[in-house]
Write a protein that binds this ligand. Sequence first.
Ligand SMILES: Cc1cc2nc3c(=O)[nH]c(=O)nc-3n(C[C@H](O)[C@H](O)[C@H](O)COP(=O)(O)OP(=O)(O)OC[C@H]3O[C@@H](n4cnc5c(N)ncnc54)[C@H](O)[C@@H]3O)c2cc1C
Length: 247
Amino acid sequence: MSDWVKAKVTGKHAWTQGLYSMRLDGPIADFTAGQYIKVAMDIAGDRVGRPYSLVNPPQERPLEIYFNEVPDGPLTPRLSDLDPGDEVWLSAKAGGIFTLETVAPTKTLWLLATGTALGVYLSILRTPDPWERFERVVLVHGVREAADLTYGEMLDGIAARQGERFSFVPVVSRAEVPGALRGRITDLLTSGTLESVLGSRIDPSDSHVMLCGNSAMIKDAKVILEGRGLIRHKRQAPGQYTTEQYH
Ligand SMILES: Cc1cc2nc3c(=O)[nH]c(=O)nc-3n(C[C@H](O)[C@H](O)[C@H](O)COP(=O)(O)OP(=O)(O)OC[C@H]3O[C@@H](n4cnc5c(N)ncnc54)[C@H](O)[C@@H]3O)c2cc1C
């Protein structure tokens, strides 16, 4: 992923202070839903690049990333300052194996996200793959505040197209929000609340779980899933959960 191509910012949306979607027009190679590109800017003589999952499905353009500003981070405060017409660098090729290609067919696909990790699943869910390969798809999005529940229209569109096969569960940790569960995803797994709301249990015989987001959620979820008998997927030894850690 060391070759860079120039891209233009074509749109920026601030969902809340510090939470952004950015649209980019750049000539990257074909990619698979679930992969990330590196976005870079030249800062004080250095090219500073960070990986971002693509939110758009492979068949759609513009490219889109979804990110939050890390106040002391080298890249994100500068990235969020950009406006349409400004330029960034992109890795010419997307990378990563957090895709459905590494998931064996099973009954239920569970997609667990914290924060901006929602984006990777929005790409996957807008391809035919999950709907051809799984009977049911459950998306769980954990955030701190109600305002961090984003992409509502897009999620409504997926729900309208897929009907009962798709369930979306918003989870908010710091506030009581109508229609959302209160707490942390991992606590709601431990208590059984999440599965009882969905009327479905995560079981190695009929489930695959994808985990994406912060290290605390992934670390705690791994312990819970392994306690249920799920094994981490490896190329040589297929298992029932896969992970991608953002930070
Ligand atoms: C494979 C992969 C895909 C990624 N995809 C995305 C994505 O789609 N959207 C996205 O927002 N981020 C994503 N990230 C994280 C992203 O690459 C950057 O680390 C992040 O945007 C911060 O960049 P920065 O240069 O400002 O700070 P960095 O130098 O990268 O990080 C500074 C500090 O902030 C922490 N940090 C990093 N990200 C966050 C965050 N989101 N919230 C709080 N603390 C954080 C880091 O652990 C570090 O301690 C991804 C990371 C990986 C490894």
